[in-house]
Design a protein around this ligand. Structure first.
Ligand SMILES: Cc1cc2nc3c(=O)[nH]c(=O)nc-3n(C[C@H](O)[C@H](O)[C@H](O)COP(=O)(O)OP(=O)(O)OC[C@H]3O[C@@H](n4cnc5c(N)ncnc54)[C@H](O)[C@@H]3O)c2cc1C
Length: 381
């Protein structure tokens, strides 16, 4: 959506195909980092984002056995927006959609499912897609696969994924939110005995992610729903009554977590961006920022050759070159967090103890800025 908007604003004709009928996204990421807010500011959109109902998170605090530890302090970042904004993805997408609708040379088709690539002499020339019962064809100078982690475009292009390790899954559910829930609004992450939970403010409701070891959902179910409710209520005593009102597993949705990278983000006439090029784990809430940064770089590098009708694969290679390393660094940091923090939290029998070296590093002035820079800016330097 952002890339379509950026290209259309520069005069490129764009058609955006979206498989779903609406922008409602159940249990999806809702975080916009300082880097994302600055990028949106360049488009004059940040004020509109901040006019949406949102919550500002100045730091990620972790409750450990040794007390509350600040894992990432965004207030120290060199940014006009030194905080994470939590805004429902549907509202953010709707805002981008309204902007896109103002562009005469942009066209959005909902419920359009890409099914095939049109390939002529080894060059991708567009796609065939299903619109209800109809089959349609769309020809284009460039086809961009921005279709997420299960990317059809990537599979159709025969581009392989290099998996990295993401040893967790997330079980999502919702609880009603009440105006008196002030304590809950304070921290995003809560550790319990062998459990980790992310709590997101969605206005009328709390969206809650209960993190389990990969494959651990079966074991959780075997222990029964009341045992699960007890574990959640222990971490969120203020919401215990509402936790007990959950009816069963049907009120929860399991989202398997993955992390991987496409070996190549392009082939002639085709480019992958966002999760289609690099599936991001939810750790740190950086996937949306990475996808927006890909879009911004792609628009900067591709608008001129597209307008001139002179796009080459070398232009697409440049996009991968600019974006691959920042993505690899962020994924390596997510991997580190999986291994050093989340694994430990999920394996602990008592309250979570952060490794001593990590506690030390989080007190060293230069080192302690690293998590905030990675999450907030998508880079270390
Ligand atoms: C459980 C979980 C929680 C997460 N939480 C966060 C978080 O809090 N913050 C964060 O920054 N990141 C989070 N992430 C990661 C984040 O969701 C992704 O990195 C981000 O959404 C990637 O954006 P994207 O535009 O590339 O893909 P997506 O957001 O997945 O969008 C892809 C779009 O393509 C459409 N599409 C798919 N197939 C087709 C087709 N064949 N034809 C047409 N359209 C199609 C889809 O309907 C969708 O609208 C989370 C991920 C998971 C799994």
């Amino acid at each position: 959506m952002l890339l379509a908007l950026l290209l259309a604003r520069q005069g490129v004709r764009v058609t955006l195909l979206e498989a779903q009928a609406s922008f409602e996204r159940d249990f999806r990421g809702n975080t916009l980092s300082p880097a994302a807010l600055e990028l949106l500011d360049e488009l004059g959109l940040t004020d509109q984002v901040l006019a949406l109902r949102h919550a500002k998170i100045p730091r990620f605090d972790v409750a450990t056995a040794e007390g509350v530890v600040t894992f990432a302090d965004f207030t120290q970042l060199p940014s006009r927006y030194p905080y994470i904004v939590m805004v429902p993805q549907s509202a953010f997408l709707q805002l981008l959609n309204e902007q896109l609708a103002m562009q005469r040379n942009a066209h959005l088709i909902m419920q359009a499912k890409v099914r095939e690539l049109i390939v002529e002499q080894g060059v991708v020339r567009g796609v065939r897609y299903a619109l209800g019962e109809e089959r349609r064809e769309l020809r284009a100078q460039l086809t961009i696969g921005a279709d997420g982690r299960f990317s059809t475009v990537r599979k159709l292009a025969g581009i392989a994924l290099k998996p990295s390790n993401a040893p967790i899954d997330v079980l999502w559910f919702r609880l009603p939110r009440r105006p008196c829930d002030q304590d809950e609004a304070e921290a995003l992450f809560r550790f319990g005995h062998g459990a980790l939970l992310a709590l997101m403010d969605h206005g009328e409701t709390w969206q809650i992610g209960y993190i389990v070891q990969k494959g651990g959902y079966g074991e959780l179910r075997e222990r029964g729903f009341p045992a699960f409710q007890d574990a959640v209520a222990e971490i969120l005593p203020g919401l215990a009554e509402r936790v007990r009102a959950l009816r069963g597993w049907a009120d929860c949705a399991l989202l398997p977590v993955e992390s991987s990278r496409a070996v190549r983000w392009h082939r002639p006439g085709l480019l992958l961006i966002g999760d289609a090029a690099h599936v991001m784990s939810p750790v740190g809430g950086v996937g949306i920022t990475c996808a927006l940064q890909d879009a911004s770089v792609a628009a900067t590098l591709l608008a001129a050759p597209l307008l001139a009708g002179a796009l080459r694969e070398a232009n697409l290679r440049q996009v991968q070159r600019r974006r691959e390393w920042p993505t690899r660094v962020v994924q390596a940091a997510q991997h580190f967090a999986h291994r050093q923090v989340i694994d430990g939290a999920l394996a602990s029998v008592g309250p979570f103890r952060m490794p001593a070296y990590l506690r030390f590093a989080l007190r060293v002035p230069l080192l302690k800025q690293v998590p905030a820079r990675l999450i907030g800016l998508g880079r270390v330097l």
